[in-house]
Design a protein around this ligand. Structure first.
Ligand code: ARG
Length: 570
């Protein structure tokens, strides 16, 4: 158990013994490490609710608190904080325990949940835009963390494989498809068709009619159009898969919008019959007269012309997920502009009797140098594939410069790990709701809060190990000893791993893990400067080596949970 959790339960016991509610027992790392390593404001919060003097409550808690095995005698400070300074021996014990723990001190969630994570969800025949890139990276890392904490996770890629774009695509396919281009770069070719027809349509009403006709035929099940549609989806999917492969991202399910087609009609009829939906101006709508923010924003589920909408599909999808997985929670990792859509869908879901926790895991945009939503130079959406290749190329230039003597294959392999890691990390290290400025220089820098910096910290430790092995030093028999302040700081940070992972899931914020790893790497560097490893001797050398070893393990595991790999050298 992380020390923070042990202290929390000790404080809870003391509160209970003093006749105070255990719920006030919150222990956090100390804000000011001069006074201790951990602190609790339990006395202040409890005093407020009991209308008592906080310092008196603190004294009462201390009278019942038993922590002699863990820390120096706790002190009350300021308005009633209780500070804990962990004993070196207790700290060493805790890190020694983590060293031999496969889970590195991370305890599984107390109540494992079934969580469906809906993420990535690009649209067929449209390029993935930065929103899909963020969703893909964020969703994958949340899935990894949730699984690591013992939740049952179902990842579902809700591909946009149905919709009005197919009228244009089919029309274009029939009139100006370039087969070779389709084979070589399917999404690009489909997008070209889409764009070309789109432009033609604007100036030519006859074409517009013809495009509509193709869409209607597709919807009515016309054989030829369905074949074209299927092929377009298959070609796009092939390219998406290639990108997911490159990013090492996989899905349990890829049930696109089309999967729910047959469910839409009956769903709407059922909702009308039960009175959940009603006809208004020819359309089927769900009204939320009891929700002030949605009072004037009914959820449209069937248009006047009989067409179904994005929200209709989402409701059908939700029913399907309920039926199949009975999730405790469904997370939609989708950009902030879809907030209203999800507010409506979630409110409608309540009316359908769906009780689980539904969350829109929203995020901001990636901005280009002009501080507007990032676009390519020609004003188009940035294509994920192109972005990843540029990342790897730029990283290769750095690797070649740093390691000119490595064989090119190895240079490329390292560049892939650094480049892809840099793109993912630049995204994940931001609070998901902030819009952030995309900068190759920043994300590929070996300094600062970046993937290369963390990967480099890992690589440095590995190289210490190689050197140690050469001189016959091993950590097999080592016991960690904590003496130096830099050793303390590093050990305390290692112990927080198990706390941080849980906090990532509280509000779906992988940036907390990024910050944690960054600080861990910083702590390691300070330790490395203050405490010579290979130049020290005997038990101290082994202990420091062991401390470095745990650090490397936590770095590797933590980055892995962000979907980022580490090289052995770089
Ligand atoms: N395909 C949608 C888009 O590109 C995202 C889908 C998100 N998931 C969902 N269940 N609505 O905007």
């Amino acid at each position: 158990m992380p020390l923070q959790s042990t202290l929390t339960s000790r404080v809870a016991d003391a509160l209970a013994a003093a006749g105070i509610d255990r719920k006030f027992a919150v222990v956090t790392p100390a804000a000011d490490t001069r006074f201790g390593d951990y602190q609790t404001n339990a006395a202040m919060v409890a005093a407020k609710s009991l209308k008592k003097n906080p310092r008196e409550v603190a004294a009462l808690i201390l009278a019942h608190l038993s922590v002699e095995d863990l820390c120096e005698t706790p002190q009350v400070a300021g308005a009633g904080f209780i500070n804990f300074k962990i004993l070196n021996a207790a700290l060493a014990d805790a890190v020694n325990a983590i060293r031999v723990d496969e889970r590195l001190g991370v305890e599984p969630a107390v109540t494992p949940q079934t969580i469906v994570i809906d993420f990535s969800s690009p649209n067929v025949a449209k390029p993935m835009h930065v929103g899909h890139i963020r969703s893909t990276i964020l969703g994958d890392s949340l899935a990894r963390v949730a699984r690591h904490l013992g939740h049952r996770v179902i990842t579902d890629n809700h591909i946009g494989d149905w919709g009005t774009q197919f009228g244009k695509v089919i029309y274009g396919w029939k009139h100006f498809l370039n087969k070779e281009a389709l084979e070589a770069a399917p999404i690009e070719e489909l997008v070209r068709l889409y764009r070309e027809v789109n432009a033609l349509e604007e100036s030519n009403p006859q074409i517009r009619e013809a495009v509509r006709g193709e869409l209607v035929k597709l919807q009515q099940g016309d054989e030829e159009n369905r074949t074209i549609w299927k092929q377009a989806v298959a070609y796009s999917w092939k390219e998406f898969e290639r990108l997911y492969g490159l990013l090492d991202i996989s899905f349990d399910e890829c049930l696109g919008e089309s999967f729910y087609n047959d469910a839409l009609g009956p769903l709407v009829e059922r909702l009308l019959a039960s009175g959940v939906a009603e006809i208004s101006e020819g359309a089927a709508c769900i009204f939320f007269r009891d929700i002030p923010s949605l009072e004037e924003k009914p959820c449209l589920i069937r248009k006047g012309d009989g067409g179904y909408l994005y929200a209709t599909t989402d409701l059908a999808t939700l029913e399907y997920r309920e039926e199949r997985w009975k999730p405790d929670s469904v997370w939609y990792v989708t950009g902030a502009p879809q907030q209203l859509h999800f507010d409506q869908v979630f409110a409608a879901a309540r009316k359908l009797g769906i009780k689980g926790d539904l969350r829109h895991v929203a995020f901001g945009s990636i901005l280009g140098e002009d501080r507007k939503m990032m676009k390519t130079r020609s004003g188009e959406n940035v294509e994920l594939g192109a972005m990843l290749h540029e990342a790897m190329e730029r990283a290769l230039a750095v690797v070649v410069e740093k390691n000119p003597d490595l064989p090119i294959e190895e240079q490329k392999e390292i560049a892939k790990i650094i480049g892809l890691g840099a793109v993912k990390y630049a995204d994940l290290m931001q609070h998901r709701l902030t819009d952030y400025l995309f900068s190759w220089e920043k994300m590929l820098s070996f300094q600062g809060n970046t993937a290369p910096y963390l990967q480099n910290a890992y690589v440095r430790i590995r190289s210490i190990f190689r050197k140690a092995a050469e001189s016959g030093v091993s950590t097999e028999e080592a016991a960690i000893i904590i003496q130096d302040p830099a050793e303390r700081a590093l050990a305390l940070q290692i112990l927080q791993f198990g706390v941080v992972l849980h906090s990532v899931l509280e509000d779906q914020r992988p940036n907390l893990l990024c910050l944690y790893l960054y600080e861990l790497a910083n702590n390691f560097h300070s330790f490395y400067e203050a405490c010579p490893i290979l130049k020290s001797e005997g038990a101290i050398r082994e202990s420091r080596l062991a401390l470095a070893e745990v650090t490397a393990k936590v770095l590797k595991t933590g980055l892995g949970l962000l979907g980022i790999c580490v090289p052995e050298r770089m």
